[in-house]
Design a binder for this molecule. Structure first.
Ligand code: ASP
Length: 298
């Protein structure tokens, strides 16, 4: 059954993904198109153009894409100057022998296939950065610690999972990461197994939230492997989030949201923070719907 599942901010790009599936396109094309639309959305400050900058006031993007049929994957980290990080991630997968390319190497790949270079920092985001960070005289490490106290302030990501008419699954994740992060910091979004995992045999999962935790626990992979052992998407989502509760977080909520999709189109989403929702469309539905996530708390 044709299915698209996304984080709630993916509602903006879900119609683009859905159109591709309906026209007979691949899940890979659908998730890329969904993420691209969100990367274009100037009102979304957590993804692509107009994303939150790092501590130096520079927008650095992370993204990954995975093909469930082959488990081929591509990812970019700390990409500067190109809004469509997801398309550069796909280029890593399809045009290079690699899985993850970062920084100037990622930008060089984007330039090589003709992507348009631009300044991704909008006036509004520059003003946000200047007001929060601009005057700080503290050293770099002290600044990063001071301005990234809690992932609920100024983070966010978009996730897309899809099933096409051939029954293939794909997943895409794109983000500008945690506002005021250390330059070069990678979150979970470009790390296959952490923020993104997809396998036609068992299903797909993608995360948003506190990236360092998802990296340490391989959260997306944990959810898909739970389905491999017979868990439903809702059970798999809960297992993956509960696994984070053992990690020390200095008293902070282990903020994590996950979307999960089975090969048959069953889906679920869970969160450690009540109130978070997700978007989806499937089968004969004529428009997307937004549903509550299952809340899993320590
Ligand atoms: N997971 C992203 C990161 O750690 C941020 C988020 O989704 O809120 O960069």
């Amino acid at each position: 059954m044709l299915t698209v599942v996304a984080s709630e901010n993916g509602s903006f790009g879900l119609p683009a993904a859905w159109r591709i599936l309906q026209d007979g396109g691949s899940a890979l094309d659908a998730v890329e198109a969904g993420a691209r639309a969100v990367e274009d959305n100037p009102a979304d400050h957590t993804v692509g153009y107009a994303g939150h900058p790092n501590i130096d006031g520079i927008v650095e993007l992370d993204a990954s894409i995975m093909d469930g049929a082959t488990r081929r994957a591509g990812a970019v980290g700390s990409l500067q100057g190109y809004r469509h990080a997801i398309t550069v991630a796909r280029a890593v997968m399809e045009r290079t022998p690699h899985v993850l390319i970062t920084g100037s190497g990622a930008a060089r790949l984007a330039a090589e296939f003709g992507a348009t270079q631009e300044n991704l920092l909008t006036e509004g985001e520059h003003a946000y950065w200047a007001a929060e960070v601009g005057g700080s005289k503290a050293g770099l490490l002290a600044q990063v610690r001071q301005f990234t106290r809690d992932p609920r302030d100024g983070a966010g990501t978009v996730d897309f999972l899809a099933i096409d008419r051939n029954g293939n699954l794909a997943s895409a994740v794109s983000t500008s990461g945690w506002a005021f992060k250390h330059p070069g910091r990678l979150g979970d979004s470009p790390i296959i197994g952490a923020g993104n995992y997809c396998d036609n045999r068992y299903g797909a999962a993608a995360c948003t939230g506190w990236g360092e935790l998802a990296i340490r626990a391989s959260t997306a992979h944990t959810a898909v492997m739970a389905m491999a052992r017979g868990a439903s998407p809702a059970e798999a989502a809960a297992i993956a989030l509960r696994d984070l509760f053992e990690l020390p977080t200095d008293g902070l909520l282990p903020l994590m949201h996950i979307v999960v999709l089975s090969p048959s189109g069953e889906h679920a989403a869970a969160t450690t923070m009540a109130g978070a929702r997700y978007a989806w469309q499937a089968g004969s539905m004529t428009e997307l719907t937004v549903s509550d996530r299952l809340v899993v708390q320590p």
